[in-house]
Design a protein around this ligand. Structure first.
Ligand code: NDP
Length: 501
C-alpha cells in the first residue's frame, strides 16, 4: 500500500497563519509566553514542522486564571443578559461557518485527517454545537418548589431554585478532533455564563488559536475565553491544580484523567472527564450483513481509529464470522491512505510519531500473543506517520490488543455463539463509552442495548453524533455527559432560595 502525495495548494490565509509564531490569548490580547519559549507543531503527513506556538506554562496559566476570574466575578460578562450571551455564541457559530474551508485545512495540516472529513464533519459539527448551545443560554431555568417544613408549623415559604454558572473553568482537550473538542467544551460553558481557560493538545493547538481570533471578532469581552497552548505535564497540570479554578473539564486518556482527579483535590474543584474506550461492536447473523460490514469498518477506521468510541472489538455471531471478517478486511485493504490534503485520501496519518510507535507496538504485541492480521498489520513508508488499516483475528479477551485502547486503525474480531455468553464478554472491560449492535430483530437490539454498560449504544449505525445527543462514559470512560441538555449540568450549579412570607 503506497502513500498518496498531496497536490493541493494551501489557501493564502492559512499559509499566513502558519507563517508566524502563534501567540496565546490571555485577557483579550495575543501574548508570548512569560518564559518566551515556543514549541513546534508538526504536519503528521510529512513529519515536518508546521508552525511554532507560544509555550504556556504555570505562569501563563496563572495570568489566564486571574483574568478569567476577574471577567467572571466583576467583568461585563456576568452583567450580560442571557439573550446577549446567547447571541455572542450564535455569532461565533456564524463566523466559524464562514471559515469552514480555512478551519478544515488547518485541522488537516495539524491533525492529518482527510480534508473531506474535516470539511464535512469536524467543522460543521462544531458550528452546530455552538448554535445548539446558544439556544440554551436563555433557557437555564430554576423551579418553584412547594415546601412543608415540619418543625415550623403554620409558616409559609416561597422557595425556588436558580441555575447559576459554575464559574471559572479549565478545559483540557485532546488532538483527535481538536476544533470539535474545543466546541464541545466551550459552547456549553459560554452558554452557561462561565469563563474559560482552554488548553489545546500540544500536537494540535492551531485550530483553537484561530478560534480564539473568531471569539474576539464575535465580541466576547476580554478574559472570557483564554487559550493557552502548552504541554500537559506543565500547563495542563497547572490548570488542573489551580485553586482559583472552579471546574476542570478534560478529554483524553484514562491515565491522565486520574491525574486530573488527584490534581483537583486541592480546592475540590468540580471535575468532568471524557476518557478512553474499547467499545464492543456486535454483528448478529440476522443483520443486514452488507450494512453491518461497511458500518463495522467505518466504526473502527473513521478518523484512523483515533476515536475514543471506536468499535475496536468486533464480536460476530459464529455462522457469519468468516463472511463479516472477510468483508471488513476487504474494505480495510481498499482504504486509500495518504496525505489528508489529497482529495482521494480516505485515511490520513496518525497524529504523531509517538502515536505511530504506540500503535505499531500494539501490532507487535498482538502478533506475539498469537493474533493474525488478515488485513494490514504494518506501518507504511518512512515519511509521515502512516499505518495500515488492520483487522486481527485469532484474538481473545485475555489479550492486550483486546483489553487496551490502541487508538489506531486496528480491530480485533472475535466470534460468539449466543447472547448469553456474549454479554459478559462484551462488558468485560474497564471502559464503557460506546457499543454497536447490528441486527434486524429490534426487540433483541433493545434488550441488548439495555444490558450494555456503555454511555452510547448505536443500533444499525455507528459514530452518529449530534449536538443534542449526550455523550460520555460508564465505568473508567468518564464522569458526566457532553453535548445535549446534559452538558449544561457540567457548567451550572443549583442555588436554592427560601423566603418566609
Ligand atoms: P493525553 O491524555 O496525555 O492528552 C490529552 C490532553 O491532556 C492533552 O491536552 C495533554 O496535553 C493533556 N495532559 C497530559 N498530561 C496532563 C496532565 N498531567 N495534566 C493535565 N493535562 C495533561 O493523551 P495522549 O495524547 O498522550 O494520548 C495517549 C492515549 O490517550 C491515546 O493513545 C488514547 O488511547 C488516549 N486518548 C483518548 C482520547 C479521547 O478522546 N478520549 C483523546 C486522546 C488520547 P499535551 O498533549 O499538550 O501534552
Amino acid at each position: 500500500m503506497g502513500v498518496a502525495v498531496s497536490p493541493i495548494q494551501i489557501d493564502s490565509r492559512v499559509s499566513e497563519f502558519l507563517g508566524k509564531t502563534r501567540p496565546m490569548l490571555i485577557d483579550g490580547k495575543w501574548v508570548n509566553a512569560v518564559s518566551g519559549k515556543t514549541f513546534p507543531t508538526y504536519n503528521p503527513a510529512t513529519g515536518e514542522v508546521l508552525a511554532q506556538v507560544a509555550e504556556g506554562d504555570k505562569a501563563d496559566i496563572d495570568l489566564a486564571v486571574k483574568t478569567a476570574r476577574k471577567a467572571f466575578d466583576s467583568g461585563p460578562w456576568s452583567r450580560l443578559t442571557s439573550s446577549e450571551r446567547g447571541k455572542l455564541v450564535w455569532k461565533l457559530a456564524d463566523l466559524l461557518e464562514e471559515h469552514i474551508e480555512e478551519f478544515a485545512t488547518i485541522e488537516t495540516l495539524d491533525n492529518g485527517k482527510p480534508l473531506t472529513v474535516a470539511r464535512a464533519a469536524d467543522v460543521p459539527l462544531a458550528v452546530d454545537m455552538f448554535r445548539y448551545m446558544a439556544g440554551w443560554s436563555t433557557k437555564l431555568e430554576g423551579t418553584t418548589i412547594p415546601i412543608s417544613v415540619p418543625y415550623t408549623p403554620g409558616a409559609v415559604y416561597h422557595a425556588y431554585t436558580l441555575r447559576e454558572p459554575v464559574g471559572v473553568v479549565g478545559q483540557v482537550i485532546p488532538w483527535n478532533f481538536p476544533l470539535l473538542m474545543a466546541a464541545w467544551k466551550l459552547a456549553p460553558a459560554l452558554a452557561s455564563g462561565c469563563c474559560v481557560i482552554l488548553k489545546p493538545a500540544e500536537q494540535t493547538p492551531l485550530s483553537a488559536l484561530r478560534l480564539g481570533e473568531l471569539i474576539q471578532e464575535a465580541g466576547f469581552p476580554d478574559g472570557v475565553v483564554n487559550v493557552v497552548p502548552g504541554y500537559g505535564e506543565t500547563a495542563g497540570a497547572a490548570l488542573a491544580a489551580h485553586d482559583q479554578v472552579d471546574k476542570i473539564a478534560f478529554t483524553g486518556s484514562t491515565e491522565v484523567g486520574k491525574l486530573i482527579v488527584h490534581a483537583a483535590t486541592g480546592n475540590l474543584k468540580k471535575v468532568s472527564l471524557e476518557l478512553g474506550g474499547k467499545s464492543p461492536n456486535v454483528v448478529f447473523k440476522d443483520s443486514d450483513l452488507d450494512g453491518a460490514i461497511s458500518g463495522s469498518a467505518s466504526a473502527i477506521f473513521f478518523n484512523h481509529g483515533q476515536c475514543c468510541c471506536a468499535g475496536s472489538r468486533l464480536y460476530v455471531e459464529r455462522p457469519v464470522f468468516d463472511q463479516v471478517v472477510e468483508g471488513v478486511a476487504a474494505r480495510a485493504k481498499k482504504i486509500r491512505v495518504g496525505s489528508g490534503l489529497d482529495a482521494s485520501t480516505q485515511m490520513g496519518p496518525l497524529v504523531s510519531q509517538e502515536q505511530l510507535n504506540r500503535v505499531c507496538n500494539y501490532l507487535d504485541i498482538g502478533a506475539s500473543e498469537g493474533a493474525k492480521a488478515v488485513a494490514g498489520g504494518k506501518k507504511i513508508g518512512d515519511k509521515g506517520y502512516f499505518v495500515e488499516p488492520t483487522v486481527l483475528t485469532n484474538t481473545k479477551e485475555s489479550m492486550k490488543v483486546v483489553q487496551e485502547e490502541i487508538f489506531g486503525p486496528v480491530v480485533a474480531a472475535i466470534p460468539f455463539d449466543n447472547v448469553e455468553e456474549l454479554m459478559p464478554r462484551a462488558n468485560d472491560t474497564v471502559y464503557g463509552l460506546a457499543a454497536g449492535i447490528w441486527t434486524k430483530d429490534i426487540s433483541k437490539a433493545h434488550r441488548l442495548a439495555a444490558s450494555m454498560r456503555a454511555g452510547t449504544v448505536w443500533i444499525n449505525c455507528y459514530n452518529i453524533f449530534d449536538a443534542a445527543l449526550p455523550f460520555g462514559g460508564y465505568k473508567q470512560s468518564g464522569w458526566g455527559r457532553e453535548m445535549g441538555k446534559d452538558a449544561l449540568e457540567l457548567y451550572t450549579q443549583t442555588k436554592a432560595v427560601c423566603t418566609r412570607l
